[in-house]
Design a protein around this ligand. Structure first.
Ligand SMILES: Cc1ncc(COP(=O)(O)O)c(C=O)c1O
Length: 365
């Protein structure tokens, strides 16, 4: 079986985790927690990074750090993993869905302004599958209407927009280190920001708003949360981060091979990389158009018969029972991509021969 996207352990993962076990620093205090935050801030070139137990927690923390709550509206795409949408509900706010672009598959900036109301507080672009949203325009709109921008960069660690790491352009950015992500801690997340005050507030909220008094007692000025990542997982994160540049290079090289082998296949639309962008191609994905001999789902079944795992694009969240009542613009492109898109195997370990056999199945129809 060629899997969709599995992690790679090639460095100091064992060594650093063993160090935690040997020294008994396994929980949420310990040197790797701070080191992972510092190394990540360094890698993404931002001023503050706060580790969390997963990407969903990072997104919830981002909303809470900005004080988003009941009565507020957050503008989001519907073509996404459900996590960012759920977190909007966790804090009591409402998602407002905007369509995506046909070529990049991320939020269509031309359709944002029409959905802004006096209740809108945040624009939350999701950089799906590796391609960044048009951040310049999003920041311009945010400035015009006095809104915050939270980037869901969970699927695009390693992607750049105008040379800047995604996640560091808005007020807050969020990452995930789930097992299928570019680097993994098993489960984990990170909140990043270039606003030191926001970074401090996020850390404070994520650690139970704990102030330690002179006598050692814990004092809590307000309601806090336990979003912390244990030292054991942060140790793994430090080791994974040491190899990230190589992983980015491999992902991009694999995408080039895919592009070359699929470029002349009728009925297949390839992923793009806009001029101002570096696409990490976290999940190399294609569209199966009407003039391809099989439907998208038939192709998924065919690949499976040949031992190849693939996955359809996200189903639109605005059609899920919990979100059907939410405000929603015209979702023509989202609905179209949801039935045409397919993610192909994209592990760092993927071999050239694997890509050749995947592409030969796709091109033999
Ligand atoms: C777009 C997106 N946002 C958020 C998340 C949530 O991350 P986690 O699974 O670490 O909670 C994921 C997936 O893992 C995702 O794909």
């Amino acid at each position: 079986m060629i899997p969709l996207c599995i992690p790679k352990m090639k460095g100091n993962e064992w060594k650093y985790i063993k160090h935690c076990l040997d020294t008994n620093w396994v929980s949420s205090a310990g040197s790797y927690v701070n080191k992972f935050e510092e190394d990540f801030a360094n890698f993404t070139q931002c001023t503050s990074a706060v580790v969390t137990m997963n990407g969903t927690a990072a997104l919830e923390l981002a909303l809470r750090t900005l004080g988003i709550g009941v009565g507020d509206e957050v503008i989001v795409p519907s073509l996404t993993f459900i996590s960012p949408i759920n977190t909007i509900k966790y804090v009591g706010a409402e998602p407002v869905f905007v369509d995506v672009c046909r070529d990049t598959w991320v939020i269509d900036v031309e359709k944002i302004e029409e959905m802004i109301t006096p209740r809108t507080k945040v624009i939350l672009p999701v950089h799906i599958y590796g391609h960044p949203a048009e951040m310049n325009k999003i920041m311009e709109i945010a400035k015009k209407y006095n809104l915050y921008v939270i980037e869901d960069a969970t699927e695009s660690l390693g992607s750049l927009y105008n040379e800047k790491a995604v996640g560091t352009i808005g007020h807050i950015g969020c990452f995930s280190f789930n097992g299928n992500k570019l680097i993994t801690t098993g489960a984990g997340g990170m909140l990043v920001t270039n606003d030191k005050k926001l970074g401090e507030r996020a850390k404070y909220l994520s650690t139970q708003t704990k102030t330690i008094l002179d006598n050692g007692a814990f004092y809590h000025e307000e309601i806090g949360y336990n979003f912390r990542m244990p030292n054991l997982l942060a140790a793994m994160g430090c080791a994974q981060l040491e190899n990230i540049d190589e992983y980015i290079k491999i992902k991009r090289e694999n995408a080039k091979v895919y592009n070359e082998l699929l470029k002349n296949v009728k009925g297949v639309t390839l992923p793009v990389e806009k001029e101002e962008v570096r696409n990490v191609y976290w999940l190399y994905s294609i569209l199966v158009e009407e003039d391809y001999p099989l439907t998208r789902d038939e192709l998924i079944a065919k690949l499976k018969e040949n031992g190849i795992e693939s996955r359809p694009f996200f189903m639109p969240i605005h059609e899920m029972p919990s979100y059907k009542q939410c405000k929603c613009g015209d979702m023509k492109i989202t609905n179209e991509l949801a039935v045409k898109g397919i993610n192909l195997p994209s592990s760092v370990e993927l071999k050239k021969q694997d890509i050749e056999s995947i592409c030969s199945i796709i091109s033999n129809y």
